[in-house]
Design a protein around this ligand. Structure first.
Ligand SMILES: C[S@@+](CC[C@H](N)C(=O)[O-])C[C@H]1O[C@@H](n2cnc3c(N)ncnc32)[C@H](O)[C@@H]1O
Length: 389
């Protein structure tokens, strides 16, 4: 009986190791075929390895082994065709719906995150976890000599891939966030660290009376301007529901100041990048922006009325209090690797952080209760604590 249990345990451990090796090799293989533009070469139909190797300037035998592996897990199709001329059989590889997602003109989580995690700057940092554990410092800086957002400012290729991955992630989260939270209550919202502006543009699209500001570092804002805000409506040049005229892009540094004048301040997937001290600076700058609006509007001060106070809407992942399996646990390690002590916070940690910065939490909504498997975010709504005279 004991031997049987031990065998079962060995089996489970072997499966775990197999999974770990499998995932690493598959991620590497997928980012390689994207970089070589193999899915693009197959858009007009299946091709032989020789045809693909010629088009992509690769080594036929190595490419054939890579495609054999990827077709074995359903990324490409592998079909045998009999040649009419000589009756010989030859193998052709083609697109599956998954491989179609890897084409250059596609924007989705699978493609964009495979590319991002395949970049040397990210891949080498992830491999360097031991350094993080030994020193308490992030390996991204150790490998790339710069903190992540300084690095992205100076490396436009990586910045573009990073921004596209964030935008693809946002696009998979927008509908469940909009279903959970009513943004129609606001007149003007600022999306702090709003990246390429996809989240803001989506809520502006749904709320035609709303105006908004995307606030981010110059590298992010300039790249949106360069793309002429194509993502706001990639299907046509039509300004969908007047979004362009209702949206401003402002570049700046949230450690210095945040635009004032709004009644909704959104901060999505940003606080997890920072330690408590930095997160406090961002939140206090946000409070300053809110206080500025409230001071210039006497009715806030007189009534101390919750209904007319600006609101802070934090959209972030919350770490479960008990150690249950969660994406939060994995992402927390990623934050340790990539950022300066960024972390996934528990509800309690968020409460302490917000209270110490002059906010009170008014609501917490959990999107994991929605049916969307991609939604692992929560919404924390907070307001400035009442101003005492
Ligand atoms: C993890 S991304 C999240 C982007 C977006 N909110 C989303 O949910 O997809 C963090 C964002 O914070 C921005 N950021 C980092 N440091 C900043 C700073 N000092 N001032 C303004 N934005 C900053 C980055 O450029 C990036 O767009």
């Amino acid at each position: 009986m004991l031997t049987l249990l031990q065998n079962n345990k060995d089996l489970q451990i072997s499966e775990l190791i197999f999974d770990l090796i499998k995932e690493q090799i598959i991620l590497n293989a997928i980012s390689t075929v994207i970089n070589l533009k193999i899915p693009d070469c197959l858009k007009d139909g299946p091709k032989t390895v020789e045809q693909l190797a010629k088009k992509t300037n690769t080594h036929p035998n190595s490419l054939s082994r890579l495609l054999r592996m990827l077709s074995s897990i359903g990324i490409f199709t592998k079909v045998k065709e009999t040649q009419e001329e000589d009756g010989h059989e030859r193998i052709k590889y083609g697109l599956t719906p998954t491989a179609s997602l890897l084409q250059s003109n596609e924007n989705n989580m699978l493609k964009n995150f495979s590319l991002l995690l395949g970049r040397q700057s990210f891949k080498r940092s992830i491999d360097d976890l031991q350094y993080v554990i030994q020193t308490g410092e992030n390996s991204f800086k150790h490998i790339n000599n710069l903190n992540i957002f300084e690095y992205l400012q100076q490396n436009p290729v990586d910045a573009k891939i990073f921004n596209e991955a964030m935008t693809a992630m946002t696009s998979s989260q927008v509908s469940s966030i909009s279903a959970l939270y009513d943004f129609s209550q606001f007149n003007t919202v600022v999306d702090i660290g709003g990246g390429q502006g996809l989240f803001l543009s989506s809520i502006l699209k749904d709320n035609s009376n709303l105006t908004g500001i995307v606030f981010d570092l110059p590298y992010a804002i300039e790249s949106v301007e360069k793309q002429q805000i194509q993502h706001m409506d990639s299907s046509s040049n039509v300004d969908n529901n007047g979004i362009l005229s209702r949206c401003k892009f402002i570049s700046g540094d949230f450690f210095k100041s945040i635009p004032s004048g709004a009644d909704g301040y959104i901060i999505k997937n940003v606080l997890l990048n920072w330690d408590d001290e930095s997160a406090s600076t961002i939140l206090k700058n946000c409070l300053n922006a809110m206080n500025f609006s409230m001071k210039s509007n006497q009715k806030y001060k007189k009534n101390n009325d919750h209904k007319i106070k600006p609101k802070l809407i934090i959209i972030d992942m919350i770490m479960p209090e008990n150690n249950e399996i969660s994406f939060g646990n994995l992402l927390d390690i990623m934050m340790m690797i990539l950022t300066q002590n960024g972390r996934i916070r528990t509800k309690k940690e968020f409460t302490i952080l917000l209270e110490s910065c002059g906010f009170e939490i008014t609501n917490i909504l959990d999107s994991s209760s929605t049916s969307d498997p991609m939604s692992f975010l929560s919404i924390i709504e907070a307001m400035p604590k009442p101003i005492s005279d």
